[in-house]
Design a protein around this ligand. Structure first.
Ligand code: XMP
Length: 317
């Protein structure tokens, strides 16, 4: 407790000293690490901090708005949101290979983000929410990595910052969360589940379209709502809906339907290297299934993923 408080005081003083009257720019993803880094730097230098939030339109329902609300209402900073779902989806058109999709989303993110920085904020300091385990991970090479992750983005050669600020670089995740709580970040954000960089882009299996993203967002929001209502969300390490892109036959009233299948994924794990499928009570699964089918148009069937990791990964792509 006191340790985190003194960490905040010391780090705030250091940032002020290092930055002087210059600007700092930070890429905000809405994840725990970049959010805590943003809150901390905001406390140190207020409006000298600019946070750039690239909203790919691949986040969960209303999440982009929640991030914007949080950082514009609760913290003093320049907050820049770039809405670019259309751009991302046009790049993803016709693409169904998972690694290719990841690569496209990563490259597109890189381009959108750095073009914005280049045109408006390409001087002063650059900040990122690197934490201690990230530095260990990146030293390990790619052997442990099954999928391409692109969270840490390197600075392009033509942009020169005075220095890179990584105020959380010596902290573990639980310490980062403690700092976030102390700084007044919303509980939901501090305790946010892991969310893949490519977002719903890898939870819509196969080609990603605006309509599929919308269906998945609706289904996922219902799942989260039901899990929160029964308190079961706290028992899970991670849970979400997946849209496999499969249509199946069903019956509604007197007519035949041929609509989308939604899959529910929920796991418990300590480290995400291995994971167990979660034994969610049938009543909860039943409620989720009923609500999804009744409330989300174009969905007529829900299945539950009972695969542990290994052999399955947590995400489907
Ligand atoms: P897998 O699917 O590899 O996922 O078992 C393990 C954990 O990593 C998350 N994940 C990602 N996180 N960028 C991230 O930051 C990514 O590209 C990415 N892909 C998967 C996944 O949600 C799970 O928590």
């Amino acid at each position: 407790e006191w340790k985190m408080e003194s960490f905040i005081d010391t780090t705030v003083a250091q940032i002020r000293e290092q930055v002087g009257d210059k600007g700092v720019v930070l890429g905000l993803s809405g994840g725990v690490d970049s959010s805590v880094a943003a809150a901390l730097i905001s406390k140190a230098i207020g409006k000298q901090l600019t946070c750039v939030f690239v909203d790919q339109g691949l986040m969960r329902k209303d999440e982009g708005d929640f991030v914007e609300q949080t950082f514009t209402k609760l913290f003093d900073m320049n907050f820049v949101r770039i809405n670019c779902q259309e751009e991302f989806l046009s790049k993803l058109k016709g693409v169904s290979d998972p690694e290719e999709k990841r690569k496209i989303i990563g490259t597109e993110f890189y381009n959108v983000f750095w073009n914005k920085i280049r045109e408006s904020y390409g001087s002063g300091f650059f900040a990122q929410g690197t934490i201690y385990p990230d530095r260990i991970e990146s030293g390990k090479g790619d052997a442990a990595k099954i999928k391409t992750h692109h969270n840490q983005v390197g600075v392009p050669k033509d942009i020169q910052f005075d220095d890179i600020i990584e105020p959380l670089k010596d902290l573990f995740k639980d310490e980062v969360r403690a700092v976030g709580e102390k700084l007044g970040l919303p509980h939901d954000l501090v305790w946010r589940q892991p969310f893949p960089g490519p977002g719903l882009g890898v939870r819509v299996i196969g080609e990603v379209t605006a309509e599929k993203v919308r269906i998945l967002q609706e289904a996922d929001a219902i799942l989260r709502d039901e899990m929160a209502q029964c308190g079961y969300d706290k028992e899970m390490s991670q849970f979400f809906a997946v849209l496999p892109g499969v249509r199946t036959v069903g019956v509604m009233g007197d007519s035949r339907t041929y609509s989308e299948l939604v899959a529910i994924r929920a796991v418990t794990t300590d480290d995400f290297m291995t994971a167990d499928w979660a034994k969610i009570p049938y009543e909860i699964l039943g409620r989720v299934s009923n609500r999804i089918i009744n409330e989300v148009s174009h969905v007529n069937r829900v299945v539950y993923d009972i695969t542990s990791k290994p052999p399955g990964t947590v995400e489907w792509e």
